[in-house]
Design a protein around this ligand. Structure first.
Ligand code: SIN
Ligand code: FE
Length: 288
């Protein structure tokens, strides 16, 4: 056992323990539970359109993106596959964390068929560097980002992550360097459609935290971290807005994002919003 994971199996779940651990920043790990309805014809990075590193799916509208649209009948095979995973993820939350279910909002489903390691990208976009999640174009206004991952690698290769220091330590290190929120700038970003809705102070500070972590070579090299290899045919759930993480290697991952209002947590005081509002600097985030 280690301090970063809470290992669970579906036969003997303890919801209170799961929620307490998850909200405190642990990964809820299911070594024996995985999505098994794999379509082998989709297990190739060639299904990507060349511009995106993942196929994305919106459960509610059934819209798919990021895939090779010229490819014969790909939508007909991908859509049911993505939908089935979205339902698998929802069912897993329903088993492990039923008290969250009535309050969850659907986010994107993502399929990541490309190998992570060795992929060139800017530091800001490089998920092999430790970070907390924040979406630059899609403000969450404080909603929690809860993600369900499943490693479906058909060659038995693990998904290797690093997990970093607790959120309060990340914030203590970077809070003083975060630029102040500027409403006019947020309005501008929205006008030029860089954001889908107005970027809130919360989203501004979280995005700058994400960027500051990734851009700091010294931090990336020196900060205490733990490497975890999630085996093929395993699943895990984590609040990726709270937990400092990096994906080092692996191929073929499914991920479902859900959003959860802070006041529906068992302990809202463990949310990033609460941390930001009560950091030593007291960043200027309106109280909810
Ligand atoms: C991330 O959320 O940073 C990447 C996770 C992964 O692709 O394994
Ligand atoms: Fe991430």
């Amino acid at each position: 056992m280690n301090n970063y994971l809470l290992t669970q199996n579906l036969g003997s779940l303890d919801q209170k323990d799961s929620i307490a651990s998850l909200e405190a920043g642990k990964v809820l790990f299911f070594p024996d539970h995985y999505f098994s309805a794999i379509d082998q014809s989709l297990m190739s990075a060639t299904i990507l359109d060349g511009h995106h590193k993942n196929v994305s799916y919106d459960y509610k509208s059934k819209k798919l993106g990021g895939y090779q649209k010229d490819h014969n009948s790909l939508y007909e095979r991908l859509e049911p596959f993505m939908r089935a995973y979205a339902l698998f993820a929802h069912a897993l939350i329903n088993s492990a964390l039923p008290s969250y279910v009535p309050h969850l909002q659907w986010g994107r489903t993502s399929f990541r068929p490309a190998q992570i390691s060795g992929r060139a990208s800017s530091k800001r976009k490089d998920d092999t560097r430790l970070h907390v999640d924040s979406f630059s174009a899609s403000p969450v206004n404080g909603l929690r980002i809860l993600r369900v991952f499943c490693n479906i690698n058909p060659h038995n290769e693990p998904r290797v992550w690093n997990l970093g220091e607790p959120f309060s330590d990340v914030l203590a290190r970077f809070a003083a360097k975060l630029p102040p929120y500027r409403k006019l700038w947020a309005i501008f970003l929205n006008l030029v459609q860089s954001t889908k809705t107005l970027r809130s102070p919360y989203d501004h500070y979280m995005l700058n935290l994400h960027d500051s972590m990734k851009l700091d070579d010294h931090y990336q090299a020196q900060v205490e971290k733990m490497q975890i290899a999630f085996p093929a045919q395993s699943s895990w759930i984590v609040f990726t807005d709270l937990v400092s993480h990096a994906a080092l290697s692996g191929q073929y991952l499914l991920e479902q994002t859900f959003y959860l209002p802070v006041d529906k947590m068992a302990k809202p005081e463990l949310s990033p919003l609460h941390h930001l509002q009560h950091s030593s600097l007291t960043l200027r985030i309106p109280m909810a």
